[in-house]
Design a protein around this ligand. Structure first.
Ligand code: FEO
Length: 404
């Protein structure tokens, strides 16, 4: 169902309550998502983005209920990824000559995916498109999160159409940020940033500052996923600047996988030491084989340090922790520290392998890892508690620039 946002702007997207994974299996969408598309009916009419391909017929049908498609003067394709461009083939069957405004890289990505030579018009940062009472001002957003991204500001209603930036995979029948559960909203916005935008944090800061330099009044931010930031829209801009600035909270997370609970017991004993030394630090223990991998990443994102554990298997590490470490490496976290631990029966390579992974991922090693052969004894547990205490001492010393 299409919904008016202002006198001129109508939301014409799709709420996808059933979506449970995104980017193949890479991103869990427990709360579903939405594909937000917007119709601006000024003196000229512009359509901003479309929806994912499975909903393309429904999208075009709904759009026809709102407007004669021939009245659409311009299509704005902020990003070539299929969740926003997927309905273009269906739409372009109806209005094949309508110009599609997008970046040069988006021309490449759209042609590469759909093999169509539509009427593309390349736009660059600072270009404008006159709609009558208002103008669209375009800003290229390369690598946020594809090379082809851009966003635009609509001067009449003072709306920033931000595409993926400031979005959340969050299905809601309510369209606006002030009408939804704030905890759910920020949980999804944080997960989105942590799992998708973390590697591009430097660019996030530069681009937000570039947009702020335009000194634009902002009534609303309309992203391409999730709810629209109507109430205090600057809050999510400020939050992005914080997230992009080597974000961490006073949290330590112990992530591990375990075969017969011995590595788990090690993690719990280390946790006791951490808690003794730093009782106010938020401490979480996560068995990566039991917890959604994207939620694990969100906890790593919030942590100032992690402890990472695995039993040794076949001279290697366990599968679920290996998958999480692969994600951590790709996300290029900064300003985070770690130590490793693990149990073994005979060869015992896991700790060294975990350390190699973490070093490669740019985490700073707080101290050499700790191994236990077979099941921890009471003596081992004492050592593990001491390991936890020493970890905090060394971590704090690293922060203060002193030697523990
Ligand atoms: Fe929502 Fe990068 O697509």
């Amino acid at each position: 169902m299409n919904r008016k946002i202002t006198d001129t702007v109508t939301w014409v997207g799709k709420i996808d309550w059933e979506l449970k994974t995104f980017h193949g299996e890479e991103y869990s969408t427990d709360q579903g998502t939405s594909y937000n598309s917007y119709l601006i009916e000024d003196e000229k009419t512009a359509l901003i983005d479309t929806v994912w391909m499975p909903f393309s017929k429904e999208f075009v049908k709904n759009l026809k209920n709102t407007i004669d498609l021939n009245e659409i003067d311009y299509i704005i394709a902020n990003h070539g990824e299929v969740d926003h461009s997927g309905a273009l083939p269906e739409l372009m069957k109806e209005i094949p000559d309508t110009p599609i405004y997008c970046t040069k890289k988006a021309i490449d990505s759209l042609k590469g995916q759909y093999h169509e030579d539509w009427n593309f018009v390349e736009v660059k940062t600072g270009d404008t498109l006159d709609l009558g009472e208002g103008q669209l001002i375009f800003v290229e957003m390369p690598m946020l999160h594809w090379p082809d991204n851009m966003l635009e500001y609509y001067t009449k209603d003072k709306i920033l159409f931000s595409n993926d930036a400031f979005g959340q995979h969050y299905a809601s029948e309510e369209l606006f940020n002030d009408l939804v559960d704030q905890n759910e909203l920020f949980t999804e916005a944080t997960k989105y940033y942590a799992n998708i935008l973390t590697p591009f944090s430097g660019m996030v800061t530069r681009k937000i500052n570039e947009i702020l330099a335009f000194d634009l009044e902002l009534n609303m931010i309309c992203p391409a996923h999730g709810v629209l930031w109507r109430e205090a829209p600057a809050q999510i801009v400020k939050q992005y600047l914080e997230w992009a600035d080597n974000y961490q909270e006073d949290q330590i997370t112990i992530i591990y996988d375990t075969m017969w609970k011995n590595t788990k017991l090690m993690g719990e004993a280390i946790a006791e030491g951490l808690k003794i030394k730093s009782p106010n630090t938020r401490l979480k223990l996560i068995n990566t084989s039991l917890v959604d991998k994207n939620d694990v990443i969100t906890e790593v994102f919030k942590s100032r340090a992690i402890l990472v554990g695995s039993s040794t298997i076949n001279n290697g590490i366990l599968n679920s922790i290996a998958g999480v470490l692969e994600m951590i490496e790709g996300l290029k976290f900064k300003n985070k520290s770690y130590a490793a631990f693990g149990s073994y029966g005979w060869s015992g390579e896991s700790v060294q392998l975990l350390e190699k992974h973490m070093d490669r991922s740019g985490f700073e090693k707080v101290m050499d890892g700790i191994k236990v052969k077979w099941t921890p004894t009471e003596e081992n547990s004492k050592k593990l508690r001491a390991f936890g205490v020493e970890f905090i001492e060394k971590l704090d010393a690293m922060k203060d620039g002193t030697n523990a």
